[in-house]
Design a binder for this molecule. Structure first.
Ligand SMILES: C[S@@+](CC[C@H](N)C(=O)[O-])C[C@H]1O[C@@H](n2cnc3c(N)ncnc32)[C@H](O)[C@@H]1O
Ligand code: SF4
Length: 278
């Protein structure tokens, strides 16, 4: 099953095929844009609770584990991935990449992980450190982890948030993604966070230019996914083509988002309907 294939197909039946589980609300980062609403409230769910849930879903095709930072519950991740792999269910971990290591990467690969999804927003240790207030050495560690994952059979997807800090650097970021060995780059449109007051999302014209520039700049063997843009893609003149996709939100149709024990609709929809500033 291709990355985002559930989001790209038009469902004929509405069986529950995808599940996203917020395995922990805790995180070792403090990103100001963070969409994890109840971050660090201490909530988490372990493999012993997750696996019986999955056993009740016969049509399951994909399980995504997110947070918070999933690798804070590393052993639970390995257990869920192994269970899913044995059942032929695909798995994805969404991580900031900072708590991985060669041994941890190898164990996840051996357990049968399908996709690793790592955030990548800055091209220098200085810019990374200045923005996140995290030691610059963590930046190189994340890059090394990405490069190691890209050498395994695990599909390595890097995600860049399109917002004020990245909107004028997308091509450069994309080149770094390529250099580290990843061949899938997801551009996540940033969304205003009403709960925290964060609103440094891209302006309409800047977003339009960044997307068009990136598509024109795309290397032959790269695949681009522009997420949370499908609703205005026609308005801005964006078009899909081989290797360039605008996946739609399938929440409530084929996928549920299980956020630390509750089941809201799409975690982005709950914040705002606005996706760019005027
Ligand atoms: C909440 S994080 C959890 C996984 C992991 N901690 C990470 O940062 O990659 C999941 C994804 O949400 C994205 N995200 C965070 N805040 C966002 C926002 N305000 N709008 C859109 N996406 C956001 C991040 O870029 C990240 O790729
Ligand atoms: S690393 Fe992910 S979960 Fe942690 S604060 Fe940043 S966006 Fe939120």
């Amino acid at each position: 099953m291709k990355y985002k294939s559930l989001e790209l197909e038009k469902p004929i039946t509405y069986e529950l095929e995808g599940l996203e589980i917020g395995i922990t609300s805790n995180c070792n980062f403090r990103c100001d844009y963070c969409c994890a609403y109840q971050r660090n409230d201490g909530n988490s769910i372990g493999a012993k609770e997750i696996i019986p849930l999955l056993e009740q879903l016969p049509h399951l095709k994909r399980v995504r584990l997110s947070g918070g930072e999933v690798t804070l519950k590393y052993e639970d991740c390995v257990e869920v991935v192994s269970y899913c792999a044995a059942r032929g269910v695909q798995t994805q971990l969404n991580s900031n990449g900072s708590l991985l290591s060669e041994e941890r990467i190898q164990r996840l690969a051996d357990a049968g992980l399908t996709t690793i999804h790592i955030s990548f927003n800055f091209t220098t240790a200085e810019a990374f450190s200045q923005y996140y207030h995290i030691h610059p050495s963590v930046y190189q560690k994340i890059r090394n982890n990405i490069a190691m994952f890209a050498k395994t059979r695990v599909d390595t997807v890097l995600e860049t948030l399109l917002f004020s800090e990245t909107e004028h650097h997308m091509k450069e970021i994309h080149d770094h993604v390529y250099e580290m060995g990843a061949r899938t780059h997801e551009i996540q449109n940033s969304i205003i966070m009403n709960h925290s007051g964060w609103k440094a999302i891209a302006a309409r014209e800047t977003l339009k230019q960044a997307v068009n520039d990136l598509i024109a700049h795309k290397k032959e063997d790269m695949t681009l996914y522009f997420t949370c843009m499908d609703r205005f893609m026609e308005e801005l003149g964006f078009q899909e083509r081989p290797g360039v996709y605008f996946p739609h939100c399938i929440e409530g149709k084929k996928q549920l988002y299980h956020y630390f024990g509750v089941l809201p609709s799409c975690h982005y929809w709950q914040y705002t309907q606005r996706y760019f500033t005027a």
